[in-house]
Design a protein around this ligand. Structure first.
Ligand SMILES: Nc1ncnc2c1ncn2[C@@H]1O[C@H](COP(=O)(O)OP(=O)(O)OP(=O)(O)O)[C@@H](O)[C@H]1O
Ligand SMILES: [Mg+2]
Length: 248
């Protein structure tokens, strides 16, 4: 007899998987077992109080910070020990908290720095054109020092710089922080345009309503663990989420 055929169609593995990830800064343990997944094509948002471990989670994913324990898989491969520059080459771009554009470099130079992997360098010209189509306002400011841009424009530079690496997964840490409401809306519209390009995103967002409104799913991070996971729609109507994070 031949092997029994499988009756279930295997579903594609998640693009990103964290299983029981722990991490510490010296004696201070920040993550106590983070388990989450992001499927290809999704936007997933992490919400949680200050110090909950959201940024640390993103840092572990992008290889900036090494996990102390647990498993990290990207595109079906174990990447627990893969350094940050190699994660960029594999398709993970991290747009950090506070944007961190290089203030004394021009917009053009900031964007070029995003394309430092050999793969991205080869497509630099086309990639730059794509970013300027997405962010036309940057096209007018290519030779301006990034530090002289408005907060919203600097966020656009930070996102565009991340996209220059041609990522499969874009990590966005607090993209709306410190921006005026109108600019926040603009940033979230751009994030949706990025999704339409087929780029998967994991977003940390303190602007819970805006973040969840454009997301498929979300996780609530509390004290370095996942307190809750659900569809973004359910989280937005969840009584605990509304009381704790929306003040409703
Ligand atoms: N570089 C660091 N050195 C030491 N401790 C750190 C460092 N970065 C973060 N921590 C600590 O780790 C814990 C988690 O911090 P993390 O920055 O991941 O939280 P967060 O959820 O992103 O918070 P926020 O909403 O304020 O950005 C906190 O207790 C924080 O004080
Ligand atoms: Mg943070």
């Amino acid at each position: 007899m031949s092997a029994t055929p499988s009756t279930t169609v295997p579903s594609a593995p998640p693009l990103l998987e964290l299983e029981n990830i722990t991490a510490s800064y010296g004696d201070l343990q920040a993550l106590f077992g983070i388990t989450l997944r992001v499927n290809a094509g999704e936007i997933v948002t992490l919400i949680g109080a200050n110090g909950a471990g959201k940024t640390t989670t993103l840092r572990v994913i992008s290889g900036i910070k090494q996990a102390a324990g647990g498993a990290l898989r990207f595109a079906g491969k174990d990447v627990s020990r893969v350094p940050a520059h190699e994660m960029v080459a594999r398709g993970v771009s991290h747009v950090p908290e506070g944007r961190q554009v290089f203030p004394f470099m021009t917009v053009r130079e900031n964007l070029s720095l995003g394309a430092y992997t050999p793969r991205a360098r080869g497509h630099m010209k086309q990639s730059l054109e794509e970013q300027l189509t997405l962010f036309p306002r940057l096209a007018e400011r290519m030779d301006q020092l990034a530090g002289t841009l408005s907060g919203g424009e600097q966020q656009m530079v930070a996102i565009a710089r991340g996209l220059m690496a041609q990522p499969k997964l874009l990590l966005l840490d607090e993209p709306s922080l410190g921006l005026a409401p109108k600019v926040v809306d603009e940033v979230f519209e751009k994030i949706q345009e990025v999704r339409r390009k087929g780029i998967t995103m994991l977003i940390v967002e303190q602007n819970v309503v805006s973040g969840l409104s454009i997301s498929d799913r979300g996780y609530v991070v509390q004290n370095g663990t996942i307190l809750m996971e659900d569809s973004a729609k359910n989280l937005l109507t969840n009584a605990m989420v509304r009381a704790a994070y929306l003040g409703l």
